[in-house]
Ligand binder design. Structure first.
Ligand code: 48F
Length: 273
């Protein structure tokens, strides 16, 4: 198999490559500057939430400050790859099609890179859009309701002060999800204004933490749903330790809550609004 010029690859000019990249970015930004749901954070809870929402035809974009998605889901704990989940969350592993083994009754082990990459791929397949290298810097707040996120290029935070006069831009959504993990970044912006309390998570207690997180997953302020470890921080719940089923089921529950909120919105889901 060869190209018309006799070499392996088809000929291309540099500007064509550059334009292709710019177009892809610009088209997505234009489409998602106003969307159904913005998820802050692309860890296990945010990805799971996005997967379920996009599966229902909801226009969803994950905003992730890192270059990579997955948050803490790549590594099981410490410096070891094996990720654990407890029953009944192994049903998500079945759904993702990732092999796992039972280590004791109700406790399952799975490869971190394998399960994390499958979750990311499933979210992509479902149609979730991703904005990487972008930090959530604030919220759009109108009449006591969260209506979007203020975002900036992540690198701006690492530049010297004298060259960081870079204003952020804002994205609007019908619902925002805080999936930023322990820092509960979006909720913290409301806390700073005295609108919410974010006490931070309690000490580790694996047996209690996962039930508690899933149970408390929901709307924490008008237009803002919290999922994953952000829920722990918001309610002072015990931290989970290195087990991830609670993150997956919390993401699922957050998506169900978002769908409920969207039902009451005047503009139909998927319409540009
Ligand atoms: O930390 P993270 O994996 O949160 P999670 O989904 O899952 C927690 C577990 O990984 C683990 C645990 C339970 O098993 O204790 O820690 O609750 O993913 C959070 C994502 O949010 C991104 C961050 O880079 C990570 O990918 N994030 C954090 N702050 C911002 C952000 C921000 N300001 N803007 C954009 N993304």
């Amino acid at each position: 198999m060869g190209s018309s010029n006799g070499r392996l690859f088809h000929e291309v000019r540099e500007h064509e490559v550059t334009r292709a990249i710019i177009r892809g970015f610009a088209e997505q930004m234009e489409q998602y500057a106003q969307c159904d749901v913005l998820i802050a954070g692309g860890g296990p809870s945010g990805l799971m939430c996005g997967l379920r929402l996009a599966g229902e035809g909801v226009r969803t974009m994950v905003v992730e400050r890192n270059n990579y998605l997955g948050g803490g889901f790549w590594v099981g704990g410490y410096l070891m790859n094996t990720v654990t989940v407890r029953a009944p969350s192994q049903r998500i592993l079945d759904e993702l099609g990732v092999p796992y083994r039972q280590v004791s009754e109700g406790l399952f082990a799975v490869g971190g890179p394998h399960v994390c990459s499958k979750l990311i791929a499933s979210a992509c397949d479902a149609g979730v859009a991703f904005l990487n290298l972008t930090s959530v810097d604030d919220v759009v707040l109108r009449d006591g309701r969260v209506e979007g996120l203020v975002v900036n290029w992540s690198a701006v935070h690492s530049l010297p002060r004298q060259i960081t006069c870079v204003d952020p831009v804002a994205l609007e959504a019908k619902v925002v999800v805080d999936a930023t993990g322990h820092d509960a970044v979006v909720a913290a912006f409301l806390a700073r204004r005295g609108l919410l309390d974010v006490p931070g998570c309690g000490a580790m207690w694996v047996d209690q933490s996962e039930d508690a997180v899933v149970e408390r997953t929901g709307e924490v302020y008008a237009g803002l749903v919290a999922t994953g470890m952000a829920v722990s921080s918001l309610y002072g719940l015990p931290r989970m330790g290195p087990t991830f089923g609670g993150m997956l089921l919390s993401g699922e529950k957050a998506a169900a809550k978002v769908l409920e909120i969207l039902k009451d919105q005047p503009i139909p889901v998927g319409a540009s609004g």
